[in-house]
Design a protein around this ligand. Structure first.
Ligand SMILES: [Zn+2]
Length: 83
C-alpha cells in the first residue's frame, strides 16, 4: 500500500488560502505542517508549510478515477457532478 497518495472523492479546500488570502482554493495535499498540525494544502502552501510526503508526513490527494477509462468510478462520482 502506498503511503504518499490518497484517493478522495472530492478535493478539500486549502486551509492557508482561506486563512491568509481569504480565497477558496482546492488542496492538492493533506499533511503535517511546520507548525506541527495537519492541514489541507494547495501546491504553493505545501511547498511553503508542508514537511514532505510519506507515512506520518503527508499525502498527495488525487481524485478517484478508473485507471482504464480515466473516468470517475460510478460509485465515486464527485457530488458536484450533475446527472
Ligand atoms: Zn493554499
Amino acid at each position: 500500500m502506498e503511503h504518499d497518495k490518497v484517493e478522495v472523492e472530492k478535493l478539500p479546500m486549502c486551509d492557508f488560502c482561506r486563512i491568509e488570502d481569504g480565497v477558496e482554493n482546492p488542496a492538492q495535499y493533506d499533511g503535517r505542517t511546520i507548525f506541527g498540525r495537519w492541514s489541507s494544502m494547495c501546491d504553493k502552501h505545501f511547498e511553503k508549510y508542508g514537511i514532505g510526503l510519506g507515512l506520518g508526513k503527508g499525502q498527495k490527494l488525487v481524485l478517484a478515477v478508473n485507471e482504464d477509462t480515466n473516468e470517475y468510478r460510478t460509485e465515486n462520482k464527485p457530488n458536484r457532478e450533475v446527472v
